[in-house]
Design a protein around this ligand. Structure first.
Ligand SMILES: [Zn+2]
Ligand SMILES: [Zn+2]
Length: 335
């Protein structure tokens, strides 16, 4: 009997995407370890973090890693735990935590210093098959095809955590700075929960999408919203916008910084930007609880997701197109 093999992409040598850091390989299926599922990949979203892994902006955690952490998959075997063969599961960025440290014990597993990540510390979804710890595989809502679900697994979940961190009061106003993949999903959650949403972003196309989705207003990134904001989320990785967003907050308002990377924040003026109990807070990854809450929400509300499909064989092209901003919405690899 010949051993079954699969197609996958590995980061050969991290470097500029123009130089082709990914290499297509054919190799045996991965072996699930203790407590791990073996899954068949149905779709894998292409996230900007994959670009950071491929280009070497993030230090190498696993040599020749298979990127990809927005994986929609079907369980085909392994150590099933509470899952069953045939279940559809999601494999997100957060792959494991220690479960024992003070952060894990108090419910802040996103801050666990021993956490590992899919497509960085362990092989991800740019492949036909993958493994995932059963405890970290996410149940997926019905009513979506795999291609549509994939972007929810990173952009959607992280945006949801940012929304929680922004603590929008019931019926309150939320300002969203920057309107890419994560922001457009987060706006839909906020709107469905009864918030008024104002979007500050450059680009007429993004502004039009914001209004189409139900935002009350859309204007330039540095423009003032038409009313004071109870809460705001900065999705754009631009620290220059922090003072602008703080000035747009009402007294007692909260600004959540959603990005992993942020350029330097200019000097803040205490009276103008912080006094009257304004709060600034960062957002770091997510917990499994955030993920489950968001995916449950997605099952109850039809989220609008724009995707551009690529065959798995063109993963290198998808990354290059992401780097150059050549497509609308989220790129998704389909084996
Ligand atoms: Zn991601
Ligand atoms: Zn821990």
């Amino acid at each position: 009997m010949t051993e079954q093999r699969m197609r996958a992409w590995r980061v050969q040598t991290p470097g500029p995407v123009a130089g082709g850091p990914l290499r297509a390989v054919r190799e045996p299926l991965p072996e699930p370890g203790d407590g791990e599922l073996l899954v068949r990949v149905l779709a894998c979203g292409v996230c900007r973090t994959d670009l950071h892994v491929a280009e070497g902006d993030l230090p190498v955690h696993r040599r020749h890693v298979v990127p990809g952490h927005e994986v929609v998959a079907e369980v085909i075997g392994g150590d099933l735990g509470s899952h069953a063969v045939g279940d559809r599961v999601g494999i997100p960025w957060l792959r494991s935590t220690c479960g024992r440290c003070r952060y894990c014990l108090r419910g802040d597993e996103n801050l666990c210093p021993a956490s590992t990540y899919t497509g960085w510390d362990a092989d991800g979804g740019y492949a036909e098959f993958a493994t995932v710890p059963a405890d970290f595989a996410l149940p997926l809502p019905s009513g979506y095809d795999p291609q549509t679900l994939a972007p929810l697994l990173c952009a959607g979940i992280i945006g949801y955590r940012a929304l929680l961190r922004a603590e929008v009061p019931r019926g309150g106003t939320l300002g969203i700075y920057g309107f890419g993949g994560s922001a457009h999903l987060t706006a839909q959650v906020a709107l469905a929960r009864g918030s008024r949403v104002h979007v500050m972003t450059r680009g007429e196309e993004a502004q039009r999408l914001a209004l189409d989705l139900g935002a009350s207003s859309a204007q330039g990134a540095y423009d003032a919203p038409p009313e004071p904001l109870d809460s705001a989320i900065l999705f754009a990785p631009a620290g220059e916008l922090v003072p602008t967003a703080l000035e747009a907050l009402d007294a007692g308002g909260t600004l959540a910084l959603a990005g992993i990377h942020l350029t330097d924040v200019p000097t803040l003026n205490y009276q103008r930007h912080l006094f009257r109990e304004k709060t600034v807070r960062s957002v770091t990854a997510n917990t499994r609880r955030d993920a489950r809450e968001f995916l449950t929400f997605a099952g109850e509300h039809r989220l609008h997701v724009t995707t551009t499909p690529y065959p798995l064989d063109r993963a290198d092209r998808a990354l290059a197109d992401l780097s150059a901003g050549r497509f609308a919405g989220a790129a998704v690899l389909v084996p």
